[in-house]
Every structure is written in structure tokens, then in C-alpha cells.
Design a protein around this ligand. Sequence first.
Ligand SMILES: [Zn+2]
Length: 493
Amino acid sequence: MPEPKKFFVTTPLYRVNHRPHIDHAYTTLAADVLARHLRARGTEVFFQTGTGGHGADVARTAAARGSAPKDWADGISADFERAWKLLNVNYDRFTRTTGPDHERGVQDAFERMLASGDIYPGSYSGYYCASCDDFYGETELPEGGLCPVHRKKAEAVSEDTYFFRLSKYQKPLLEHYAAHPGFLAPKHRAAEIIDLVRSGLRDIPVSRAGAAWGVPVRSDLKHTVQAWFDALLGYLTGAGWQADRETAEFRSLWPADVHLAGKEFFRAHAVAWPAMLMALGLPLPGKVYAHGRWTIEGDETAGQGDAAVSPAEAIKEYGTDALRYFLFREVPFGQDGVFSTEALRQRYDSDLADGLGGLFSRVIELTGRYLDSKLPDKPEEESARTFARLRALDADIALDIEELRFSSALDRIRDAVEELNSGIDSRKPGELARTDPAALEAFLKDMVWCLRLIAGWIYPFMPDTSARMQMGMGGTRGGVEPQRAAPLFPRKP
Ligand SMILES: [Zn+2]
């Protein structure tokens, strides 16, 4: 029996010319939320992230700091792994493009495309941005030859290169988009890709002559494979792809279900990447999703440059879960956001310290006082009325997460928390204890079950908080004493 197909979700293999910043964190956390959600509901998931260590820009950055490029790539890759640990990211594989298996896979793929005519030698005249480590045609540089990403002057170049025959895939790509309306996501970014492909595709340079830091083209060692082309192939090599045989691992993973990436990588993922897969005769991923970017308040470029804010500062003050919550609650996933500590503080105070944290403390305190400290081990039909109603939201929340509408899922959860908090206010438990103790008991048992439901809902977003809530309520065993616990989100002075 072949292994059943796993749900395969990826982030880009991040270039090591920057330390991890908020946009890297955003992509990676989104993959983590989706992976945790699916795993918790019994789906087998494989979640890959990693780093792309090659490229002339990496070599330059390393040289400027007096490092060998491989040492530099090792150091930044370790920074990424540390950041993901700090953010409680539970990935299955951290793929690095500087590993020997990956390099061999890139060489194999390149030679195969060369043999099929999908890659061919030629020479390129145009522009090159060193920071992008990529080529631009004259028409792609509108503002006096400035790179659209870096706003720096691109240099005019004329050099030998191998081209990928992207033009050949114009029609197959358009057919694929039309036949798979969910492939390009979110919808509002799909139109620009379809227009771009309709307007005609030119063949693109995928190697550089004389750039030493990269994967050498096996049949022409003067050339190294362009870093972005190399990094995209990491989706295959990370999944165990081999050119000459189909491995069991690859069969259990491919095609990827969703590639997540920032919007600046959308063209590469929506156009070049599926064309590369077609050239290799491999199935296309289910979805490529381009999310928005964060700008740091008061600094339009901070997310993209060396000055980028690291997530560590926010975590120190508010904790990992609060940051995870904020990023997905503040802005719909496909749109751009502005990061400010003031906005984070507001979400923390209202949604977490007062909202969820307040609800949890109240219920634990009330059950300790009035329920004889015994929590119910199963919902009782006649008393679990609110629970029954909230449980009906479960399918909506699951669908929101599966379709990457994270803010919508969190809106529903926050509304439920608000409803429960005002429910406690209006039932006046202190009074009820004197007038109708049986009704109070039923009400509190209902609240406990609602809290367990909410602990499950928040798990993908705030895994630690979810675990603390479960623990405070005796896990799923029930019938045990509630734990006197520290507040989930201590109020800040
Ligand atoms: Zn650039």
C-alpha cells in the first residue's frame, strides 16, 4: 500500500541576505497556523520552510562582512531557525539550498530542461539589479532605470546566459488558470497575473557566467544557476524529488497543496514556477497564495531593508502568542498592514487581557467557588445550550482557516468570547447562587464547555495559550479540580 498523500504546505526558501524580519515571520506563521489546524483535525501535514543561500548578492553581503558565503549562509540560516523556535513554529523540514542533495537535484532538473529544449544558451542584453540578483528588460524599469523593488539604479549588462523558454508556456499557463480558478490566490491578485501572461511572456535568463556562489551548471561549469530558479526547485528537492526515480516520499507529498509567499514573489510562483513544473512533466501545486506586506509605522521601507524590525522586541513585551494573534487578527491575510506597537498594545488589552484572558479567569474562579471545584467531563444536553450554539460555528472557523481567511476566523472567535463575557455579566452568578443554585451549576458547566471549545479554536493561532487553558480545565479528562492559574494575558501597566 502506498503512503497516503500528505497535505504539503511551503514557505519560500528565504534569501539569506537579510536576517528574519516581520514579513518572513508572517509567511511562516501562516503556514504554521494552517498546518497546526489540519494536524489537530487528523490530516497528515508536511510543512517545509528553509533558506536560499546562493546568489551574487549573498556573496557580496558576506564579503562586505568579511565572511565566506557558506559561513554567512550558515549563520543567517541559524538565525532563521532560532526565530522560528521563538515564534513556536512547528515545521517538518528546514531545507537549505546549500545542501548537497538539493544541489544535485537542481543540476539534474537543469540538465533535463536543457535536453528537452526548455533551457537553451544565448546572450542577454538588458539590466541587472544586484540586490534582486535578477535581470530586468528595458520596459520593466520605468523610472529612469531604477529597480522597482530597491529603487536603485540597475546596471546595463550584456552577457552569456542560459534562458528558460517561458514563452512556450503562455497558452498552457492561461489554460491552467482558467481550469483551476483557485490556483491564483487571493482573487484580487489573480487578475494582474493573468493580464501579465496574456500580454506575452519572454524567455528569461536563469544562469550567470562567472558568478561563483551558486549551483554550477553541470554541463557548463562557467555558469551558475540563478538563485531564484535554484530556490524554487527547493520545493521539489525538499520533498525528496529525484530525477531518475519516483521516491516514496515524493509520491506522498507532491504536488504541494499550497505555496505561501509574500506578494513580491507572486510572479515567480504564479508564472515561472508552474511553467518550470510543466517543463519537468510534474503536476502543479493546488494553490499559490500571495499575502500582503507589513510596513513598520513611520518607515515605509523598514520591512524590506537591513533596518527591518525583528519580531523579538514585540515578543519580549507581549509574548509569542500575542504577536501571533495580532498579525492575523489585525489585517485580512491578503492585504497590507502597518505594524505599530500601539496597535499591538490595543489588541492585547482589548481582545486578549480583557477578552479571552478575562473570560478564562472568571470562569475558573466561578467554577472554583460554586461548582465544588468539579468540572464536568461531558456536555450535558439540557445545560449545554450555549455550547451547542457555539459548536455550530466550528465548521465556519475551520473553513476560514483552510481558505486562509485567518482574520475572519479570529473575528468569529472574538465575537464568541464577547458573547460569553456578557452572558456572565447578565446572569449575575453571585445572585443566582442564592436564588437558583441548580441553574447556576448548569450555566457554569455550559461555560466550561464553551471555554474548551474556544481553547481548541485558538490552538492554531496561540498554541501555548490553548495548552494553558486546557491544563487549567484539567485537559479533556474532566471531573477534576480547576487549576488556579496565572492570568493568560497579564494586564500591562
Ligand atoms: Zn532590485
